[in-house]
Design a protein around this ligand. Structure first.
Ligand SMILES: Nc1ncnc2c1ncn2[C@@H]1O[C@H](COP(=O)(O)OP(=O)(O)OP(=O)(O)O)[C@@H](O)[C@H]1O
Length: 245
């Protein structure tokens, strides 16, 4: 299993806004989820792992590789699935996109068969040659996952992978992730998916406020949200705190 290590890793904008407070932890579990409110810093944390975002302080390592010093080696190891499949799919069809992602690792004569196998695994064979613009959002999201998994990354990072999926495809995604050999780090608002992970980080305002096994962390997060919405809690609807006198 891989090791993702955050060593006082922090992210600040050029204007001094803190997106992620210094974070020190080591992730070695097979399935790790990051949950939290909109804007709490989940995507920022995930992007550090693939060197899409470099820490403005501290370090991030994947299997000993420093994301700052070796971004290319990091990216060949870490597959990143974006929330928006349009950010991932660049070819006219899924078949071409999967074949493109295989161009560095698979000889040309073997690419077609490999691409067909990957698409079949996700139930995408019937859609493989259709224009990606004619696919539904959920079909594109599954396609983007297939494109990234085709090259067999060591670590798979997924930013809200089930946002666009219907129940059947959500279950397909869950089963696919459960069966993978790779280490998986994902952010999600799907608390059932989070609860099925071995370890869950709960983020709030750019800081980890809980770090626990799936069900315990999800229960903590539910309580936290309920407390914040209860009458009189700071920031809750109807709360007068912070408002004009
Ligand atoms: N380059 C940037 N400059 C200023 N603020 C930024 C920048 N990038 C992100 N942010 C802000 O940082 C906060 C965290 O963003 P992030 O995308 O990590 O949140 P998130 O937890 O993934 O949210 P969501 O659940 O809505 O996807 C947000 O308030 C966002 O607006």
């Amino acid at each position: 299993m891989s090791t993702i290590a955050f060593d006082a890793a922090a992210v600040e904008t050029g204007t001094g806004q803190v997106l992620l407070h210094p974070l020190t932890l080591t992730l070695t579990q097979r399935r790790v989820a990051v949950i939290g409110a909109n804007g709490s810093g989940k995507s920022t944390l995930l992007r550090l792992v693939d060197a899409l975002q470099l820490p403005t302080a501290g370090r991030v390592h994947v299997d000993g590789l420093d994301t700052r010093a070796e971004p290319a080696a990091i990216r060949s190891r870490v597959g990143f699935v974006f929330t928006d499949p349009a950010a991932q799919l660049i070819m006219p069809t899924l078949r071409e996109d999967v074949a493109l992602s295989l161009r560095r690792s698979v000889p040309r004569r073997e690419r077609a068969a490999r691409a067909a196998g990957v698409l079949d695994r996700f139930g995408l064979t019937a859609l493989a040659d259709r224009s990606v613009f004619d696919l539904s959002a959920g079909e594109r999201q599954l396609g983007a996952l297939a494109v990234v998994l085709a090259v067999d990354p060591t670590v798979l990072v997924l930013d809200e992978p089930s946002t666009l999926l219907d129940l059947r495809n959500t279950l397909l995604l869950r089963r696919t992730l459960a069966d993978l050999d790779q280490q998986v780090l994902l952010s999600t608002h799907d608390l059932d998916l989070a609860a099925s992970c071995e370890r869950v980080l709960v983020l709030e305002d750019g800081a980890v406020i809980a770090d626990d096994a799936g069900p315990a962390a999800v229960a903590f997060y539910r309580r936290r949200c309920a407390e914040q919405l209860s009458p009189g809690a700071p920031g809750s609807p109807g709360s007068r705190s912070g408002g004009p006198g």
